[in-house]
Ligand binder design. Sequence first.
Ligand code: SAM
Ligand code: SF4
Length: 326
Amino acid sequence: MALDRFGRDIHYLRISLTDRCNLRCIYCMPEDMKFRPRVELMQDAELLTLMRLFTALGFHKFRLTGGEPTVRANIVEVVRGIAQTPGVRSLSMTTNGVLLKQLARPLKAAGLQRVNVSIDSLDPEKFKRLTRWGSLEDVWDGLLEAERVGLRPLKLNAVVVRGYNEADVVDLAALTRDHPWQMRFIEMMPFGEVAGFQQAQVVTEHEMRERIEAALGPLESVNGGQLDGEARLFRLRAGQGDVGFISSVSEPFCASCTRARLTADGKLRMCLLREYEVDLLTPLRAGASQDELKGLIEQAVYRKPWGHGLAQNVIPMNRVMSEIGG
Ligand code: SAM
Ligand code: SF4
């Protein structure tokens, strides 16, 4: 078991499989984003070596993310290798869904258990404005295919941006009346050079809930208000699915955090919103032993920051969201 100095059991790793993406969401990266040379990124064998170290240390829950994980070369085989690593109990993916229509079935067969699909609006024009390059139809087809092949329960993510989709929370929440999906609304977080825009356009959980309740009726708390992962869950009357809020900005959930993140260039990042990282790929390439690498992971876990510093206006500047993986 990997414990941090506050006694939190850190067993959940989010792995960024690539920093590249086939979309350019306005809240995530600039349109002319420059990506890292491939040689700086973890190769398949390196990733699987690190996976075995994490499971040996008690990590058992894994989420694959990016950039866009489905654009990684050989994605189905990479997923198979990760799924077959002894000690992996839970394996899911966060994806923009664009390629799921083709990939959902082979990914499921390779051992992927669930997906979270990002969908910020049900209006094709607004969807395009938010993602710059995306087609709502592709994503919709992709998420239906994911559900059909059994990548369930299906969770949907929407980042809410003032001036773009704050009114769309109503239509998105209404999906949970007819589908057993979890629709989660994410407060936009600030990173790097785009932090000014992200902070100015953030929409809080409070405002989203007011909009949804005014249009669709009361949201009733599920689980007595307990967090499900990072989401606080509610249900509309007669809803089949849940409406969730991930409110890192207005109601941080740092005390119950069990996560660490592995960036595509092999750095272990212990808090999404703090710059502290430990390089694992360089020592791995330099021939460090398994014990030395495990020691580095244990030290990084021990030093995991207590929480983020948004309330003190401390914003991580060393990476944008697509490089960390969300
Ligand atoms: N490309 C995949 C996707 O979009 O689902 C996975 C990577 S993306 C970085 C992971 C999640 O982070 C997505 O749900 C995305 O909407 C969210 N995200 C991106 N930028 C964000 C920001 N500034 N604040 C909050 N969430 C953000
Ligand atoms: Fe790509 Fe996901 Fe970032 Fe959108 S949120 S640009 S889909 S990595």
